[in-house]
Design a protein around this ligand. Structure first.
Ligand SMILES: N[C@@H](CCC(=O)N[C@@H](CS)C(=O)NCC(=O)O)C(=O)O
Length: 225
């Protein structure tokens, strides 16, 4: 296994959280290079030149393995699987892999988009619509877990990595107006995830949750004024 791995990310970025979770869950030694999203950077922050060169949209997360780089969370998770085979989060066998990939894409589309819509929302009607959509996603995902406890098949997989930021920020989302009931099976999945080795790398402290809520409350105030 290579040790020469670096993640360019930041705790507040849900896409970076996916990769950070997978690195820790898989036990991949890595350097963490703190690179805040632009809204969180101080005025004199300088982007590392390798980030400017290798992240085409200037987005985190970006991963370096040796002297190669890739940005974009789901391709990065897949790249880690193909480059670093130990302790994979993709199961063996095509049908099982296809299920994990299908669910990763589903979560990205149907849970992440409304989740971002809840906290970046400035107009109350749009926020309310995002809340309704976001409530549907945990209901569906909770059903997936009913047989095995996990989102896609018999064990923890990349689907957990993709969904993990929802568990990490659930309390913050609720404080920002996500008022719907969360399906008990999805909540139970969140509890199960807290026992995983990757959880400690991504869990928020109370201060981080406050900072998340404070930042987006200020953002809403600014953009709805
Ligand atoms: N599709 C990308 C989205 C990544 C993304 O939107 N990252 C945000 C931070 S959470 C970013 O870097 N935005 C650009 C900026 O802050 O300037 C992924 O899955 O990694």
């Amino acid at each position: 296994m290579t040790d020469d791995v670096a993640l360019y990310g930041h705790w507040i970025c849900p896409f970076a959280t996916r990769v950070q979770f997978a690195l820790r869950q898989r036990g991949i030694a890595h350097e963490l290079i703190d690179l805040p999203p632009s809204a969180v950077r101080g005025p004199v922050f300088e982007l590392p030149p390798e980030f400017v060169e290798h992240s085409p949209r200037l987005e985190i997360p970006m991963l370096r393995i040796g002297d190669r780089y890739l940005a974009d969370s789901i391709p990065v998770l897949e790249w880690m699987e193909s480059e670093i085979p130990d302790h994979p989060l993709l199961p063996a066998g095509e049908p099982a892999r296809a299920l994990v990939r299908e669910r990763m894409a589903w979560i990205d589309r149907n849970a992440f988009r409304p989740m971002v819509g809840v906290y970046y929302g400035t107009d109350p009607d749009r926020i309310a619509r995002a809340v309704v959509k976001l409530a549907d996603a945990p209901a569906e995902m909770g059903q997936w877990t009913e047989e095995t406890g996990w989102l896609a098949g018999p064990g923890v997989s990349l689907a957990e990595a993709v969904a993990m930021p929802i568990h990490v920020r659930m309390a913050g989302l609720q404080r920002l107006g996500f008022s719907a009931d969360v399906s008990p099976s999805f909540t139970a999945h969140g509890e199960r995830c807290r026992s995983l080795s990757g959880w400690d790398a991504v869990e928020w402290t109370a201060e981080q949750c406050d900072e998340f809520v404070g930042r987006f409350t200020a953002y809403r105030r600014k953009h709805s004024a």
